[in-house]
Design a protein. Structure first.
Length: 341
């Protein structure tokens, strides 16, 4: 979870944004090609043409001005900044890859007052409907809206809108039918004690001697598939995911239970199963009952290195990950319908 108190146009900010996960919007109609204003920086015409092409695709602005550029040691452009002007003004930030000669990412930053205008009525209405079910205490306040396109990054979304607020974000994934996801940070003191106690007890049930105290709670929602509280520390060593509607524990993790020293050590340690199928079933039964309230009678197990997947026809799937000592440091329950709320 990235915590944003202000929006800044910097290479660091762009890097953080693209490593986070993100909003979703309806496909935009192709705007007329923008005019290039006299820019305060000099760019290679071929590079400028690539940058401009992406900006024309994403924005309906009529004028583009490149205002500054950060270069690499060879004098090649890496991060390019500028302004868009027209019906709605904005600033933009682009990342260019000189080696591959392509635009890696583009972020256009609008003022929050322009949110409905830039995303359009249909998406604005969809977002409002989503917030009615998610933001029941009316804490979500948009401070800026970004249009982001980063087609080459490994993680999704790659083509989206994101509404930023203070310790909150809402993403609209344009490549996934405008699916909306949101995250908002709460203090531990502001969450019901019953939930906090359940989270702490679930973490203890793993039996890992080292733990890190929870530092805050996230309320997370993705479409109709996920609506949860996520108790975690800032580095996400420990987390416990609890349904916002059902109060069920869906996931518990303590990465401090990982005890291998390298990728090579991991591969060697789990080349053969540390626990047999019968041993794994015996080890999981009391934990699944304590954490998820599930009796494991009739379950079978598949083993993939240190991951143990417990299944039963018509029942929830339990996934566990073990360390070299055979202790579970991660447990997850996935219901048959895939909905965790």
């Amino acid at each position: 979870m990235k915590k944003w108190s202000s929006i800044t146009l910097s290479a660091a900010a762009l890097s953080l944004l693209l490593s986070a996960a993100p909003i979703y919007a309806a496909p935009q109609s192709m705007p007329a090609e923008a005019q290039i204003e006299a820019s305060s920086v000099s760019l290679d015409p071929a590079v400028e043409a690539q940058l401009t092409k992406v900006l024309n695709k994403l924005s309906g602005s009529t004028k583009i001005e490149f205002t500054s550029v950060d270069k690499d040691a060879n004098g090649q452009p890496l991060f390019i900044y500028g302004r868009l002007s027209g019906q709605i003004d904005a600033e933009f930030n682009q990342q260019y890859n000189p080696a591959k000669k392509r635009v890696e990412s583009t972020s256009i930053i609008y003022k929050s007052s322009n949110t409905n205008a830039v995303i359009g009525a249909a998406l604005a209405n969809k977002t409002a409907a989503f917030l009615k079910t998610y933001d029941t205490d009316h804490k979500f306040k948009t401070e800026a809206i970004w249009r982001v396109y980063s087609p080459y990054q490994d993680n999704a979304p790659r083509n989206y809108w994101v509404l930023w607020g203070n310790n909150q974000s809402l993403y609209i994934d344009l490549d996934q039918g405008n699916q909306i996801s949101a995250s908002m940070t709460y203090s531990l003191a502001s969450v019901k004690a019953q939930l906090a106690n359940k989270a702490n007890q679930s973490l203890k049930t793993l039996g890992i001697s080292l733990t890190k105290p929870f530092e805050y709670v996230l309320r997370e929602k993705t479409g109709d598939k996920k609506f949860v509280w996520n108790f975690r520390d800032d580095e996400d060593n420990n987390h416990v995911v609890i349904g916002a509607k059902t109060g069920k524990v869906w996931e518990v993790q303590n990465l401090l239970g990982q005890d291998w020293t390298s990728d090579q050590d991991f591969a060697k340690s789990f080349a053969k199963p540390v626990l047999s199928k019968n041993q794994a079933l015996s080890a999981i039964k009391p934990k699944a009952k304590a954490v998820f309230g599930i009796q494991m009678k009739g379950y079978s197990v598949q083993i993939k290195k240190n991951e143990y997947i417990f299944t039963k026809k018509g029942a929830a799937t339990i996934t566990g990950k073990i360390n070299k000592k055979g202790k579970f440091y991660f447990l997850q329950m996935t219901p048959v319908n895939g909905i965790r709320n």
